[in-house]
Design a protein around this ligand. Sequence first.
Ligand code: KIV
Ligand code: NA
Length: 277
Amino acid sequence: LERVTVPSVLEMKRRGERIAMLTAYDYPTARLLERAGVEVILVGDSLGMVTLGYDSTVPVTLEEMIHHVKAVVRGTSRALVVGDLPFGSYGESPGQAVRSATRLVKEGGCDAVKLEGGSEMVAAVEAVVRVGIPVVGHVGLLPQSAGRYGGFRVQGKTAAEARELLQGARDLQAAGAFMVVVEAVPAPVGEAISRALEVPVIGIGAGAGCDGQVLVTPDMLGLQEELSPRFLKRYANLAGTIVEAAGRYVSEVKEGRFPEEVHGYAMDAEEERRFRS
Ligand code: KIV
Ligand code: NA
């Protein structure tokens, strides 16, 4: 199978072929997603919430991102791997964005980086693209700055807000972003942004009119039951599967039913006799 590249996702949009993107944070998951046909794997800073147990994405460090990007890259041979720039690693200046993006690509090995923000991120996107690193934009709900609007809230519900998001997406494209993620906006807004841009627009809670979709993998696999945004569809119940399997293991260990003879190693009868004597 052919490698997914920046030009190939642009070509998918031109052909009207929808793009399937999911997050991964480790080697085995990346391998399985690629086997399933996922074209773009995002090592999101959702890492902090879904695998490291932080309350938000804010504490995630660039070092943590690099660590997990490396694992995902080792598990892929075909998917395009995008690494998230975490909070505090790019917002200060275009120079900081370039330094952080360079580390994520050079040390982590991902193909592209993603950062949050619309028009205000134009200078950072331009600077990162200029050094040769492909950039994915992210507008709508921005988890890294959720504190600014008091939590995880739908964005672009008023005409004025929706226009601002559309302008932000246009500006990101003009700055050189090759893809834009749109999170938690009304479906007409997701569709309008997708129509307005030549680069692929990947929605999460942005309706069916986007050029592709992304979900947080542990959430869509039902590994977590606590948080359940409206846009989340659960395709499996891994929490149930794991608790059931681990529970059976616990019972079998306690009852002495595991391990069985087939799980153990035999000993030559004569050696055993000499060992016991
Ligand atoms: O961190 C993440 O997983 C993301 C997606 C939700 C787009 O940014
Ligand atoms: Na993210």
